[in-house]
Design a protein. Structure first.
Length: 165
């Protein structure tokens, strides 16, 4: 498939990010479908007031369907009420569910100011954006040079991005 990407940077609200990392939210909802393949990695930028890159998840599948069908299939996995769900998808004929295969936290979260120091033109995406190998590789290399002093996690990244406690 031409133009299919393998890496995303995705903005997630703090309560939903925590649910993703604790495993209680196994589907991330989107109004626009990212053009990524199964197995793609989505780095999770936690939006205001946290403003940190905290972890990632592997996408098992992306399901696109009418909101009613998505609610029937994924409503109990999305971490939202029925009212929140349909308000979010108001005006959309088709919605998208990113099915999460596994999620993990970075060894140390990286705050927005540290991300901007590393990449001068960095701005968190409103929803998501595609990022290349240099963003991932550069970020992980950055972790070893100095630590962002603003947050911690008990999970550590190894080699291919797998997490171990």
């Amino acid at each position: 498939m031409s133009g299919v990407r393998e890496r995303l940077l995705i903005s997630v609200r703090p309560k939903f990010a925590e649910m993703i990392f604790d495993g209680s939210k196994t589907v991330e909802l989107r109004r626009s479908r990212p053009n990524v393949r199964k197995g793609a990695v989505a780095m999770v930028y936690v939006s205001s007031p946290i403003k940190q890159l905290q972890g990632a998840f592997e996408i098992a599948n992306i399901v696109s369907a009418r909101p009613g069908a998505l609610w029937k299939r994924f409503g109990n996995k999305a971490g939202v009420t029925r009212k929140e769900f349909f308000t979010y998808f108001a005006g959309k004929i088709v919605g998208h569910a990113l099915v999460i295969k596994r999620a993990w936290k970075l060894a140390v979260a990286t705050c927005l100011s540290c991300l901007k120091r590393k990449q001068k033109k960095f701005h968190p995406p409103q929803s998501f954006r595609y990022v290349g190998e240099t963003f991932f590789g550069g970020h992980l290399k950055h972790r070893h040079r100095y630590r962002c002093r603003h947050a911690f996690s008990k999970t550590f990244i190894v080699g291919s991005g797998h997490a171990v406690a």
